[in-house]
Design a protein around this ligand. Structure first.
Ligand code: ATP
Ligand code: BTN
Length: 321
């Protein structure tokens, strides 16, 4: 059995929230108590809190609901949804496999060892507490339409969360989800190449749900869904299912109807609408008030030079108020 398969088997036993002795776990999995103790340490390194109480054994500090392909898929979905519990990056997995996948295929993970954000930055991905979800999409309109698509995805995700009763989440151009001015989720659209006129895109989303540990490397204010809603959250599997459905239907809608109807939907949710921001564009900085986005997906600012639109993957937006 691969190293991490043993750890996942251990976590399945522990996910009932009860105490389990090292001996009982060893018997169930067919390994020694010493090996159990070694694997528990490895699981803790993934960011899972596990207590050990003398005489009682091991217990998870927080409830854990593991992702389940069958629950996420539901009965009517024939598409590929792969849960790969431990992975380098769900985006990388799909990029490596685009030639064998149908558009709309999804990969989810419990833990990413090399989760990434824009421009090679790290996406902190502890085990079991968040969602790491990527979808392969073949965009017939080609690369030129990819910028708009990445904004459409943000709108689709926030609206899907609203439908689940989770309100107050906003968008930061081009593709972060924010709550109370803190980063809740990030979206990363990557391309694996063009086939004919079409672009092979991988859309990845990291959404914090109940992140508590392993966050030392996050160098900006962040938050989790547990902070957004006072009510109990839907299960991680329910969230994954709803978000996948919302992504697929909004991508189809975008391909058929373009960006126009997404512009007011984005602007309603823009965290910085009417606020002063700075755009960092390489060595340049531009200050202004956010007026929203336009139909190309550019961010529109009222600057000292007048109304200007900005678009491109190298631009970072920062608040300036
Ligand atoms: P930009 O405006 O250029 O997109 P950004 O700081 O949001 O800037 P990204 O590349 O989009 O940068 O996202 C990566 C950054 O997100 C990391 O450098 C870190 O600050 C932050 N980050 C990493 N993991 C998480 C996480 N799980 N939750 C919230 N924020 C995270
Ligand atoms: C960002 O804010 O820059 C985007 C972060 C995107 C993180 C997600 S998690 C699932 C997918 N796999 C990755 O390696 N990155 C994306």
């Amino acid at each position: 059995m691969k190293e991490h398969h043993t750890k996942i088997a251990l976590l399945k036993h522990l996910s009932d929230g009860e105490f389990h002795s090292g001996e009982a776990l060893g018997d169930k999995i067919g390994i020694s108590r010493a090996a159990i103790s070694k694997h528990i340490k490895g699981i803790q390194e993934w960011g899972v809190d596990i207590y050990r109480v003398q005489g009682r054994g091991y217990q998870l500090a927080q409830q854990l609901e593991l992702l389940d392909e069958d629950v996420i898929k539901g009965a009517s979905d024939n598409s590929t949804i792969s849960v790969i519990p431990v992975i380098d990056s769900t985006n990388q997995y799909l990029l490596d496999n685009v030639n064998n996948l149908e558009s709309g295929s999804v990969c989810l993970a419990e833990y990413q060892s090399r989760g990434r954000g824009r421009r090679g930055r790290q996406w902190v991905s502890p085990f079991g507490s968040n969602l790491y979800l990527s979808m392969y999409w073949r965009l017939d309109a080609g690369m030129a339409a990819a910028m708009g698509l990445s904004l459409v995805v943000g709108v689709a995700v926030v609206e899907a969360l609203e439908e689940l009763g989770i309100n107050g989440i906003k968008l930061k151009w081009p593709n972060d989800l924010y709550f109370n001015d803190k980063k809740l989720a990030g979206i990363l659209v990557e391309m694996s190449g063009q086939a004919g006129g079409a672009a092979n895109l991988v859309i990845g989303m990291g959404l914090n749900i109940a992140m508590e540990s392993g966050t030392d490397n996050i160098d900006q204010p962040w938050t989790s869904l547990t902070q957004v809603s006072p009510d109990p959250l839907p299960s991680r599997n329910t969230l994954a299912k709803s978000l996948i459905e919302a992504l697929r239907s909004s991508l189809i809608d975008y391909e058929q109807n373009g960006m126009n109807e997404f512009v007011p939907r984005w602007n309603r949710l823009d965290n910085f609408l009417g606020r002063q921001v700075r755009l960092i564009i390489g060595p340049r900085e531009i200050e202004g008030e956010v007026l929203g986005i336009d139909e190309q997906g550019a961010v529109v600012l009222k600057t000292e030079q007048g109304i200007q639109s900005f678009i491109g993957g190298e631009i970072s937006l920062r608040k300036n108020d």
